[in-house]
Design a protein around this ligand. Structure first.
Ligand code: SGN
Ligand code: CA
Length: 555
């Protein structure tokens, strides 16, 4: 009896020293939101494309959920990040392209979490001008940032840090988690890797990864050869072809082009220290020389035939074959460098997951891995993004939260980056501000509800600009897509993803699809009204964009 009474008293004492608020607080999950830059879902092994291995990122899907139809509302860096932070479409938060200013004074989900007692930090690329608001600690790259020896803006002050950007971002994220955050509070860490953004500069330790590999491009890599038959003007007039628009210096890392011209790439190596430069040259020098030797050292035999050097022997090939082989070489240089930078990203994810594990934080921490948009890895012959076509419209999304999400969950619904803010606030028991436009997908991913939207809205504004992807907006359902390209053209495109997953055949004028087309137009109209977009608003953003351009603002 006496022991029982004692236990009883001890229990009450414990309740008094840890008030209810404290108990509630402990229940709130920590959050790590990882947003890489231009990371295509095709380059995450959990998505099953067989290009590379990303064991650490994959863990999130194995132990949590993989989203197969996650999309962005505007496939470009700064706008996507603004959507993620604010939970509002670009035309509402005002950041419609990389050029026009972002207003940090508006509400965002980190501000809401901070007010609700979270410790908050953001480390890495954000690409939004001005001092970040909503964070106890921010350490961001100015603009695009650099891969080697990057400058960072740490709580407003610029500092150059020696090393490789991906590793530095991870190191400072860990430092904040281990030493700087207030451990009495739940935390939000936004961990934004610059990689694998152009121009895909690998870390010193991965300069030779994939040296022996030979990658086969997607089936429609040679799409440009067909003149983009079956598509409209927008596909035909883009400037983002691996073989055609990527350049010898910046993209393929030649100091001197095969034709013997200075590329200007040496300027980019000015940031490197001696050791980094030596490692770089040891990696690219021999590979570049071997390539030039093979395809450019020979002389023309006749206008149609050319000599090629193979293991010291000269063989004759026709020009077409030679061009094709060079295009495939370019694709290989591109994809290898791209995947090399991803190796460091995956390592960083592993380090953060280890930290959680070692500190007993795995169960109570939501970890999300995503990108600011998808990317073309040779589909249609392209690199870059911007289009509402699948590879750049979609974005990778993997999410682990052992308390609620069953391992191996697969979500096929149309979630968007617009939904991240409301979802995370929902998990943190914070009321979602009414101005946020996304929906919480918490009950979708934990299996409590199957109800979800049947269509999503998309807008893209940055034209005329680098890569020349025309302004467009559109609606997508799980099966169909309707897109309107405007400004200097007025063209509609429609795709049936079930019959034409590579989006090679515009069926807008196909009478067989008349009903589907009418339904999509109806959906598009409804969504534009629902979210508050209009032709007039587009016109306004176009005018302010052209004014900015005229004033010479650059990305
Ligand atoms: C830079 C890149 C482009 C890229 C934009 C936007 N050129 O201008 O290829 O499309 O950024 O990218 S580079 O010469 O700087 O590599 S975004 O991710 O920031 O939106
Ligand atoms: Ca990007």
């Amino acid at each position: 009896m006496r022991t029982n009474t004692l236990l009883y008293l001890l229990f009450f004492a414990a309740c008094i020293v840890s008030p209810v608020r404290g108990q509630e607080k402990n229940k709130r999950p920590n959050i790590i939101l990882m947003v890489s830059d231009d990371h295509a879902y095709q380059a995450i092994s959990a998505y099953g494309y067989g290009l590379n291995e990303t064991p650490n990122i994959d863990k999130l899907a194995e132990q949590g959920a993989l989203f197969t139809r996650a999309t962005v509302t505007n496939s470009i860096c700064a706008p996507s990040r603004a959507v993620i932070l604010t939970g509002k479409h670009s035309f509402i938060n005002g950041k419609v392209d990389n050029v026009q200013p972002f207003n940090w004074d508006q509400d965002n989900f980190p501000k809401e979490l901070q007010k609700a007692g979270y410790a908050t930090a953001m480390i890495g690329k954000i690409h939004l001008d001005g001092l970040p608001q909503g964070f106890d600690f921010s350490m961001v790259l100015p603009g695009q940032g650099h891969y080697y020896n990057p400058d960072f803006i740490i709580n407003g002050e610029k500092k150059r840090i020696q090393g490789y950007v991906t590793d530095i971002t991870t190191e400072y994220a860990l430092r904040w988690l281990k030493e700087q955050r207030d451990k009495e509070k739940p935390f939000l860490l936004i961990y934004n890797q610059k990689a694998p953004h152009r121009n895909w500069q690998p870390a010193p330790e991965y300069l030779h990864l994939y040296d022996e590999a030979d990658f086969t491009p997607p089936d429609n890599f040679f799409d440009p050869e067909t003149g983009y038959e079956g598509r409209g003007t927008a596909a035909k007039t883009q400037e983002m072809q691996v073989d055609g628009h990527a350049v010898w210096g910046h993209d393929f890392k030649f100091l001197v082009s095969p034709e013997g011209n200075e590329t200007g790439f040496d300027k980019e190596l000015n940031r490197f220290n001696e050791e980094q430069r030596a490692q770089w040259e040891a990696a690219y020098g021999p590979k570049n020389r071997a390539f030039i030797e093979k395809y450019f050292a020979e002389k023309k035999i006749d206008p149609k035939k050319i000599e090629k050097n193979v293991d010291g022997k000269k063989i004759l090939i026709d020009n077409k074959t030679r061009e094709k082989e060079i295009a495939l070489w370019k694709y290989n240089r591109y994809i290898k460098d791209y995947l090399r930078t991803i190796k460091s990203v995956d390592d960083g994810v592993g380090e953060l997951l280890n930290y959680l594990e070692e500190n007993d934080l795995t169960d109570n921490t939501i970890v999300i891995y995503t990108s600011d948009q998808g990317f073309y890895l040779g589909e249609h012959g392209w690199f870059d993004k911007r289009f509402m076509y699948e590879q750049s419209f979609r974005t990778p999304l993997l999410m682990r939260y052992p308390k609620e999400i069953k391992p191996g969950t697969v979500v096929d619904e149309l979630v968007q980056n617009l939904d991240f803010a409301p979802t995370l606030l929902d998990y943190a028991h914070v009321q979602v501000p009414s101005e946020m436009q996304g929906e919480s997908f918490r009950d979708l991913v934990n299996g409590k509800s199957k109800e979800w939207r049947d269509a999503v809205y998309y807008t893209y504004y940055e034209y005329p600009s680098v890569h020349m992807v025309k302004r467009h907006y559109g609606v997508a359902t799980k099966r169909y897509k309707l897109i309107h390209f405007y400004y200097d053209i007025d063209e509609w495109e429609m795709y049936d993803l079930k019959k034409d997953p590579q989006e090679m055949n515009n069926i807008y004028d196909d009478p067989e699809y008349a009903e589907v087309r009418a339904d999509l137009h109806q959906k598009l109209k409804a969504l534009r009204e629902h979210y508050g977009d209009s032709d007039e608003l587009q016109e306004e953003y176009l005018n302010t964009y052209l004014e900015h351009q005229a004033r010479g603002k650059k990305e």
